[in-house]
Design a protein around this ligand. Structure first.
Ligand code: PDD
Length: 276
């Protein structure tokens, strides 16, 4: 059985899909996306991801081609057709096809594409290393836009330096990772950048904050400096694919005792208990 993709309302093979050379997603990065995790055949936080997709689209004046409920049904059909067990669905919506011109037409037909990825092995959450990078992205990082060049170049630098993530900062203040949110723990208080235009409000970030409050951990959604990060007891990053992953070295400097911290590991354990 061949793997299917969702192309607007149709489940078809990848070979059957055609993308027009004047699709604005292809020419301008004019669109939005989501990555949604599947554990044991069930979506994790599906509604939250679809709500964020709707919000991102509406912030760039795209009306989704289907209702949230219809999209939910379609990607559930896609995951079932591909017998997805443990992996993720990638989905994107572009503004659609129009003669190339920066301003967009009053009416266009957005194009929705979604496909599944089955994990051969679970993504690693082994303690990782990171580097700092100046955040040169635009000022609407709250939109999960297809324009990812700032993120791509930062992750490329991290990869070339054999580390796992690039941690962005604007001036002295840490914002987020190139594809993750960033948390620190200092004196048993959990800090993360507030959910404003400087970061993507991660769905995993939300779940971490919720389990932290269940565990009675004090939370401060406040920006912290690079220096405060380097002097913190624990650092971890969060995302759909990496859950809560400890970072034990940044720019060659050890964080805390160089091992996964106790608060990180208790937050992760509580996070995992939400999966079943
Ligand atoms: N990245 N910040 C950025 C810039 C991201 O790209 C992501 C997710 C996150 C975490 O969001 P969430 O917890 O909802 O996954 C934060 C996805 C996984 C990606 O682009 O592959």
């Amino acid at each position: 059985m061949s793997v299917l993709i969702l192309f607007n309302q149709d489940l078809i093979t990848r070979e059957q899909a055609t993308i027009d050379i004047e699709d604005r997603g292809y020419q301008f990065g004019d669109g939005v996306y989501e990555v949604i995790r599947i554990y044991n055949g069930s979506f994790f936080e599906l509604e939250a991801h679809l709500e964020r997709l709707e919000r991102s689209a509406s912030e760039i004046k795209i009306s989704l081609p289907f209702t949230q409920k219809e999209i939910q049904e379609k990607i559930e059909q896609l995951a079932a057709a591909n017998r997805l067990h443990s992996g993720h669905v990638y989905m994107q919506v572009t503004r659609g096809v129009a003669p190339r011109n920066h301003p967009f037409p009053a009416k266009s037909d957005p194009v929705l594409v979604a496909y599944t990825k089955e994990y051969e092995k679970e993504p690693s959450r082994a303690p990782g290393k990171a580097i700092f990078m100046e955040d040169i992205r635009w000022l609407r990082c709250d939109i999960k836009s297809l324009n990812l060049l700032g993120n791509v170049l930062a992750k490329q630098s991290a990869t070339e330096q054999n580390v796992d993530e690039a941690i962005f900062h604007r001036g002295d203040l840490v914002t987020e990772g190139s594809s993750t949110n960033v948390f620190i723990v200092k004196n048993n208080i959990l800090y993360t950048h507030p959910a404003n235009n400087f970061i993507l409000e991660g769905i995993t970030r939300r779940v971490i904050l919720s389990v932290a409050s269940e565990l009675g951990i004090q939370i401060k959604e406040e920006a912290f400096t690079k220096q405060e990060l380097l002097e913190s007891d624990e650092v971890f990053i969060s995302s759909t694919t990496q859950e809560a992953r400890p970072i034990v070295e940044v720019d060659g400097r050890q964080i805390g005792n160089g091992k996964e911290g106790e608060i990180t590991s208790s937050l992760h354990a509580k996070f995992v208990s939400r999966l079943s």
